[in-house]
Design a protein around this ligand. Structure first.
Ligand SMILES: Nc1nc2c(ncn2[C@@H]2O[C@H](COP(=O)(O)OP(=O)(O)OP(=O)(O)O)[C@@H](O)[C@H]2O)c(=O)[nH]1
Ligand SMILES: [Mg+2]
Length: 321
């Protein structure tokens, strides 16, 4: 199962303590205590592996190393090592203490989640003409420590949505060569899949049904993965008993999850048109047009209709819509 929402603790390293000491060389005897080293940060790094949050199934705490204390002869303590965690690109990092959000959007991109404490000054730092023998040295500062929620929201251009068993995964596989499971029953798809059509990223998600917002079917939590898509392809099976009702139900569920999803540009993909007569098809189109005029038809059994969808995808890729 795809893990796309986990809460963990992060703890950055404490800064090393400063040292208070004096030179043992005769006639010198000045302060020589060095500063402590910086505590390690907890750092996130973007990776392509969508399953990377799996590492937190059991491991719920990430701790960076503390800085080392300052040494004799003004030696600064070593910095603590950063703890680097790999997060899938698209992960939103919520600081549960401050509400602050950070985001990983690129592979290899690094973001500091929690900062290590500064090292304390040693007594060498405090020497002055008035006080040539300071005994003061500071403790290192504590590192930041709080809970973070790591929420993966896929980064895709087009989200494929609709009722179960309407051909969403088939579409993904035919046009992008992805391998999302296809079968003639509901809820074949249990977790999101990505596919790429010449640079255009498509996200296939599980089907929605009436009451999904109340947990029916597979619920609606996975809609987080289409929140950031630029547009939606809303699949309606032409051979459904009531295509308009299917459309309206899914729209209602989208709105219940997040009103903003209703404002995204949406195309209806009227699928499985080989299952109905031309006459019925025209009737369905006419009815659906009252709600959304952007309708494309598709039968994956018909090469011509597949070509037309390719042209459509090319137009989207070239920024026509
Ligand atoms: N006749 C016909 N069957 C199709 C077409 N497209 C898909 N199918 C079939 O419809 C069934 C459902 O396809 P899927 O791609 O698994 O549907 P889905 O929307 O991903 O379903 P869930 O993952 O359950 O939400 C499968 O048996 C497909 O082979 C089509 O254009 N014509
Ligand atoms: Mg599917």
């Amino acid at each position: 199962m795809l893990i796309d929402d986990v809460t963990i603790k992060v703890k950055a390293g404490k800064g090393g303590d400063g040292l208070a000491t004096f030179s043992k060389v005769v006639l010198e005897n000045g302060p020589t205590g060095g500063d402590g080293g910086r505590g390690g940060n907890v750092v996130a790094e973007g990776v392509t592996d969508l399953g990377a949050l799996r590492q937190f199934r059991y491991k719920k705490k990430v701790v960076a190393d503390d800085g080392r204390p300052g040494g004799q002869n003004r030696r600064e303590g070593a910095s603590g090592r950063d703890a680097v965690i790999k997060l899938p690109v698209g992960t939103v990092i919520h600081n549960l203490e401050t509400g602050e959000q950070k985001e990983i959007t690129g592979v290899g991109e690094r973001v500091i989640i929690a900062r290590g404490g500064r090292g304390g000054f040693g007594n060498y730092h405090y020497r002055s003409s008035r006080n040539t023998s300071p005994t003061r040295a500071d403790e290192g500062e504590p590192g930041e420590e709080f809970d973070v929620r790591l929420e993966l929201k896929l980064i895709a251009d087009i989200g494929l949505i609709g009722y179960p068993n309407v051909g969403k995964s088939t579409f993904l596989n035919v046009f992008t060569g992805a391998k999302s499971k296809v079968a003639n029953y509901q809820f074949t798809t249990l977790e999101p899949h990505l596919g790429v059509y010449y640079g255009l990223i498509l996200a296939d998600i599980p089907g929605l049904i009436k009451g999904a917002s109340r947990g029916r079917g597979l619920g609606h939590k996975f809609l987080q993965h289409i929140e950031r898509t630029k547009m939606l392809f809303h699949f309606i099976a032409a051979d459904s008993l009531d295509p308009v009702n299917d459309y309206l139900i899914v729209r209602r569920e989208l709105g219940k999850y997040n009103e903003k999803l209703l404002q995204k540009p949406e195309w209806i993909i009227l699928s499985r048109i080989d299952e109905v007569s031309q006459e019925d098809l025209e009737k369905i189109k006419k009815k659906l047009k009252r709600y959304n005029k952007n309708i494309r038809t598709l039968s994956i059994l018909d090469d011509e209709s597949v070509e037309k969808i390719k042209e459509f995808l090319n137009e989207i890729k070239n920024g026509k819509f």
